[in-house]
Design a binder for this molecule. Sequence first.
Ligand code: SAH
Length: 458
Amino acid sequence: MTKQPLPVQKNEQLQVEIEDLTHEGAGVAKVNGYTLFVPKALPGEHVTIKVTKTNKGYGFARLLEINEASPHRIEPPCPIYNRCGGCQVQHLSYEGQLLAKQKQVKDVLERIGGIKDIPIHPTLGMDEPWRYRNKAQVPIGEEGGLVIGGFYQERSHQIIDMDECLIQHEDNDKIVAVVKRIANNYGIRGYDEEKHRGTLRHVVARKGYKTGEIMVVLVTRGQELSHKKQLIDEIQAEIPDVKSIVQNINPKRTNVIFGDQTTVLWGEEYIHDYIGDIKFAISARSFYQVNPEQTKVLYDKALEYAELSGKETVIDAYCGIGTISLFLAQRAKHVYGVEIVPDAIADAKRNAELNGISNVDFAVGEAEKVMPWWYAQGIRPDVIVVDPPRKGCDEALLETILNMKPKRVVYVSCNPATLARDLKYLEQGGYKTKEVQPVDMFPHSTHIENVAVLEMNN
Ligand code: SAH
């Protein structure tokens, strides 16, 4: 068999029009039916490209020149945008990002789920889409004898020093800068990953947006941390809102940030924050949504779609620290939450108590096993909410939903592709997707969250 020549050759220069944007933020061009991915090119643009790699079904190209720019193209505000890789679409205006995310959700739901002719609303974005992150986790190292901290260069473990991150709360930037300066002043060594030497591995900063409270976590290689008193005094002097300074010890050679042992150096073990009226206690290692403002938008939508009157039994599957469960419990008769991580359930129980909410039960386990067990116990929810990880719901769980026959299913999703797959499964089982609301939790990244509501079709 003769090999079909590809329509493009490596190193070839071409002029193309960009037709689409991938979920990774690259432009898509078609040359005689052959797909080329062009990082940093935007839909509608006429560009000159150079082909860098050709596979059988698709290839990659580098953007050489923009001959006609998209009206949505902007100068990325962050000076290190191209090197960092933390954001993917800063070169697209925020309005353009919201439109692109809505289109992506529409396309994926139709292509994978066969779902069309239902409202897929405009993406709910932020009024001020900067400085939204409440947690910074910054790797610390050394360069030329100086302690540095910032981000890993793309596809490497080389740390690039950084002073500020535009999506991070200013106080978190300040904490990292202060800790670096103190470390340099007193000779506290940064961690050397290759030799597994040095002291300070990571600085983690957490900020409660509603309460203003701040936690500083110093992750060290061993027990030893010199100049503790100076560290505590100077952090407090520079950042008066600090409520908690803790040390976490991670002696392993690993990419995982935290070790098992945490000790309070000064102040509280927890800081607090609110989402809506619900108060959360946050420890060094607690999971907590990184964009609290948009989390409220997302969970308010889930609550609205649940249409609770106060009489309902509700299941919250993949409940994490119980954020959605506690939201729902204010309007339901009883809520059952299930989650696989024991620490998250311990937090969920603590948070229920902290808010005086007693009509919730939390279980540790795999949702796909616990739900059938609940079904066998005779639990018949009126509404089921799911908020699974990226891989979506387990089929056994979807099957249990079909057996339990709730009036309504509210699906919160961080991955449109698995959302589409799971909605299709539920539709084949007799449910109908009514509407989908995309919510932008991570401006300038390509991530997109959705809330979908399904009802029994009879
Ligand atoms: N709604 C949660 C976040 C959900 S993120 C909150 O607001 O905190 C998805 C969660 O699913 C994670 O907490 C993860 O630990 C959990 N998870 C992953 N696989 C699971 C499984 N098979 N059963 C139950 N929970 C699971």
